[in-house]
Design a protein around this ligand. Structure first.
Ligand code: PGA
Length: 242
């Protein structure tokens, strides 16, 4: 199964900064090219999407959200069809920050998923528990319940991101990541399962060594092209060994 390193820029790197980012990325790639064994994807803000088109072709592009409607009187919304038109191959949906701050419901996340599938954009569905103090069984059921609307026959990307691990520098034990990713993979055999939450150059190698983890969703570390590429190279090296 292929692997993914997806950079989630969140509300960072507007158009001007994206131009600078692309230049730095091109420079780093000249020194140390990617070998296309890992899908390297950047999820930029909408307005930076035209500028990420300047990245080398083997860096794919993603959005961080889309409308749950196809088109019409929904002021401020961006349709999945338009994302496809500007070259987006992936789109993050259901990130915990949107669930928390924009009160996005699981139903809405599913409606966005349908829009994306209809427009041939691969959805990256984020799930994860808020509370690390729950009992293991309860915690696992909470995580899996976030996928209850999705069909286990379909192929998409699932990013397991414990909310308490996002931007905190703290990650769960490798055993726990293994338990969750194994559970998700056995219920959704056609999906890629990624881990996200404080992924960096120091912890990437051990996380990617878990057989049921097929890559990363990376926030903070993806804002620096060198760090982002370093993690991608770690994922590539792990594929060579695996
Ligand atoms: P982080 O963010 O890598 O900064 O923890 C991950 C995410 O929110 O997708």
């Amino acid at each position: 199964m292929s692997r993914y390193c997806i950079g989630n820029w969140k509300q960072n790197l507007g158009p001007g900064e994206t131009i600078e980012y692309c230049n730095q990325m091109k420079e780093s790639l000249q020194k140390e090219p990617l070998h296309d064994r890992v899908h390297c994807v950047v999820a930029s803000p909408f307005v930076s999407l035209p500028y990420t088109g300047e990245l080398p072709q083997n860096i794919e592009r993603a959005a961080q959200n889309c409308s749950s409607f196809s088109h019409g009187s929904y002021t401020g919304e961006i349709s999945a069809a338009w994302l496809s038109e500007v070259g987006c191959r992936y789109c993050i949906i259901g990130h915990s920050e949107r669930r928390q701050f924009m009160k996005e419901s699981s139903k809405e996340v599913y409606e966005k998923y349908v829009q994306l599938q209809q427009n041939s954009i691969t959805p990256i569905v984020c799930i994860g528990e808020n509370d690390m103090s729950m009992k293991d069984e309860e915690r696992l059921s909470f995580i899996i319940a976030q996928l209850s609307l999705f069909s286990s026959q379909e192929s998409f990307i699932i990013a397991y991101e414990p909310v308490w691990a996002i931007g905190t520098g703290v990650i769960p034990s490798l055993d726990w990541i293994q338990v969750v990713s194994h559970n998700i993979s056995s219920k959704f055999p056609s999906c890629h399962v990624l881990y996200g939450g404080s992924v960096n150059e120091s912890n990437a190698e051990s996380i990617i060594s878990i057989p049921t983890v097929q890559g990363f969703l990376i926030g903070g570390a993806s804002l620096d092209p060198k760090k982002f590429l370093a993690i991608t190279h770690i994922a590539e090296d792990a594929m060579n060994e695996g």
